[in-house]
Structure formats: structure tokens, C-alpha cells
Design a protein. Structure first.
Length: 284
């Protein structure tokens, strides 16, 4: 079993945290969703380590332990450039991008650039196709709003509890089955109200950028779309835009699973990734 290395990288001018597996096969670049971090891939990385597959999970700029985003440039442009630099850093033929939510959107944007030489994209409930009101739900959550509006400083443990509860309700179909360590890892990056407010501000910046940001007709590499059937954050109906435009594409759904299959169904997602692109042909 391959060990998991945690280290720092600088890509496209952004210092970030990396979780890396050495191994064989086309490398997998793992990109998380909005307000998440590379930690979301730890269960999947465990499965990949058992079979010796090379993989790299990163904190995207503006999230986790990565540098902040530049306020003067569109968010998606920065994330797209960062992903391109990560693929160049991997320095391998036919890398595969697997991204969840915002990370899935970034993966599809990378696939629009033929010079990156992608072997394919596995987009897990990608944002930017048919958006649900996910950010409005987050921002209007009464518990979160009350915590941010409190006239006195909030103890970190209380803020983490609030963030964790919102996360469990929105991201998972079976929140009671989620390992508490997963929730603690997610909430740990919300160190205080200022960081939480900055995260919400990033979400407001992203919403208009995500509308119409993708041009699937430009994609020439294989694309596998993966959706949990109980996802309440991103609508599966958007999959048709990719399926209609990309010749080598397919959709796989995972029953009784919410927005984050890497956490609710890591074995199934690992199976799809390790068999890619054969899993795409089978799904089609």
C-alpha cells in the first residue's frame, strides 16, 4: 500500500497543500468543491493507495490551506489557470481530472483546452451546468446567519459545530452515516467569522461566473459524469448538455447518495476511476 504524502506546492503563483500518492497509471488530479478542501478525497485516496495508483489532491486557491484568491480577477479564471499548472506539474501523459461540484466545473473547463492533453474527466456533480439554489440555501441557513450576526465573538468550537451541521444537511443523503472526522476536517478550515464571511463572499462572486461558463462542444477527451441520485445541491438535469455535445461521454448515477460520492460511496467512485475509460463505455 502506497503512503500518502502531505506537502506544500506553489502552482500558478498560489501556495497550496497537496495530498499525493506515488504509483502507476495515468495520474489522477483530484479537485474539491466550493468551501471544501483536499481532505474530501482522503477515503478515495485510501482506496487508490491499496492498488498503487498515482494521484494528487489539492486545496484550490481560496479554500483549505491554499493562498487567497486575487480579488481583481474572476474566480474561475484563477482556478482554471491553477488546474493547468497542476497538470503540467504532474508531467505525465494522459492525466485524468476528477472534480466534485466546483472542482468538476474546473475539470470540464480544463478539458476545453486541448493543449493540456487530458486523458479524460470524471466530473462528479459538476457545477456550472444546471444550478440549484445551493448558495442561497447556504447563505440563508438560519443557524449560520445567527452565528455570523452574533454581537460577540463566537468560540471556534461553536462555529465548527454550526458549519458542520450545515455541511451534513446539504452534502449528504445519509448524514448520520458520515464519519465525524469527515465533518471535523471540513469545518476545521473555518477558523473564525472573518474566514467564513470571506468564503461566503467568494460564493457570491462565483454565482454569476458559473452561469454559462462551460462550452462542452469544445471538449474532445472522454467525460464521465457521476451523480448521486439524492443530490440536492446541483441538478442532474444539466448532464444532458455534456452528453449531447461530447461524443465520448456517459452518465453514471449512484443510488442513495448525495452531493459527495467520494464520501458516501468511495468504493463505487474508486471503481469508476480505476476502470476509466472502460467504465465510460460500460455506462454508455
Amino acid at each position: 500500500m502506497q503512503p500518502l504524502f502531505e506537502h506544500r506546492l506553489t502552482l500558478a503563483g498560489y501556495a497550496t497543500r497537496a495530498l499525493e500518492l506515488e504509483g502507476e497509471g495515468p495520474p489522477l488530479l483530484l479537485l474539491h468543491g466550493y468551501s471544501d478542501s483536499a481532505d474530501t478525497w482522503r477515503l478515495l485516496l485510501d482506496r487508490l493507495a491499496r492498488v498503487g495508483r498515482r494521484a494528487l489532491a489539492l486545496d484550490l486557491p481560496g479554500f483549505g490551506a491554499a493562498d487567497r484568491l486575487d480579488a481583481g480577477e474572476p474566480v474561475l479564471a484563477q482556478l482554471r489557470r491553477f488546474a493547468g499548472a497542476a497538470l503540467e506539474w504532474l508531467d505525465a501523459e494522459g492525466p485524468i481530472v476528477c472534480g466534485n461540484s466546483l472542482g468538476g466545473c474546473v475539470g470540464l473547463l480544463a478539458a476545453e483546452e486541448p493543449d493540456l492533453g487530458l486523458g479524460g474527466v470524471v466530473a462528479v456533480a459538476p457545477a456550472g451546468l444546471d444550478m440549484a439554489g445551493w448558495f442561497r440555501v447556504i447563505e440563508r441557513d438560519p443557524v449560520l446567519r445567527s452565528a455570523l450576526a452574533a454581537p460577540v465573538p463566537i468560540p471556534r468550537r461553536v462555529l465548527h459545530r454550526v458549519v458542520g451541521e450545515v455541511y451534513k444537511r446539504l452534502a449528504f443523503h445519509r448524514p448520520r452515516d458520515i464519519d465525524p472526522r469527515v465533518v471535523r476536517a471540513f469545518a476545521s478550515h473555518f477558523s473564525d467569522r472573518a474566514v467564513t464571511g470571506r468564503m461566503l463572499a467568494t460564493g457570491r462572486r462565483l454565482l454569476p461566473e458559473l452561469r454559462g461558463c462551460l462550452s462542452p462542444e469544445r471538449i474532445r477527451c472522454p467525460v464521465l459524469l457521476v451523480w448521486g441520485t439524492k443530490d440536492v445541491m446541483v441538478f442532474q438535469t444539466g448532464a444532458s448538455r455534456v452528453l449531447d455535445a461530447v461524443e465520448d461521454s456517459a452518465l453514471v448515477t449512484i443510488e442513495r447518495c448525495g452531493h459527495c460520492p467520494q464520501l458516501e460511496a468511495p468504493d463505487r467512485l474508486a471503481e469508476l476511476l480505476l476502470d476509466f475509460p472502460a467504465s465510460l463505455a460500460q455506462a454508455a
